[in-house]
Write a protein that binds this ligand. Sequence first.
Ligand SMILES: [Zn+2]
Length: 268
Amino acid sequence: MDQTEQQDDDYGYNLFPERNSGKFQKGSIAESLFTFNHKCQVMLQFAMETSPYAKLLLGAMKSSGCAVYKDRHFSCEDCDGTVSGGFDATSSQIVLCQNNIHQQSHMNRVVTHELIHAFDHCRAHVDWFNNFKHLACSEIRAANLSGDCSFHNEVSRFNFGLKKHHQECVRGRALRSILAVRKVSREEAEKVVNEVFDTCFNDHAPFGRIPHDKKDAKFAYRDFENRDRAVPKLVFEGYMMPVKLISRLKGGDTFPRGTPPLYSAMWT
Ligand SMILES: [Zn+2]
């Protein structure tokens, strides 16, 4: 990516109109919006309390020095037609697209997907903007570990070898997420995804395995709870440099970063 492209790239912010102004404009719109917002909050709360995927990630982040608080680190907003969620590295906030998430299972997947980005952001020095490999790596991990591809496995079980299909699904989703938020050619995105695929596909932190379904995730969560209180390995297999997990911002309630804006979009 050259300098000019970087300047023109809006890093996916156009997908999240409520963020364009920098401040949320809530309140004056329709009552239905309030209903959507309320429903989104309720589903988020439920995901945080009951999804083994979310619970494991929240626990792992807490023990890495990045405790996640519902009101501080999540925001239910209206987004563009197709996007479900995003991670805003500037504010250390996960955006949940209240107008596009209508089912609890979908909410669970989006929360998990975005928490994986937040986890990566917390544990490693992710250069979301200048190092394309970092973005690709986190998108591969999010697609692989969030269950994004498990549903597809269910549907396509009879058409593909299960393992191979899962990999292809992860590859395709990572590619789509990157193309949604970066102005790069498909060829360039494919090249980078291929370069880091094996390493990042095999990086299962903090799950320790690919959680193909809720049962896998429950086992992973149980193992996490029972493990020694060791800090998780702060490596991204050489793709990302570890950082000291110290909050630079006031209050200590934010993730220990202060990077430029990023949205990593997840598609339905
Ligand atoms: Zn993503």
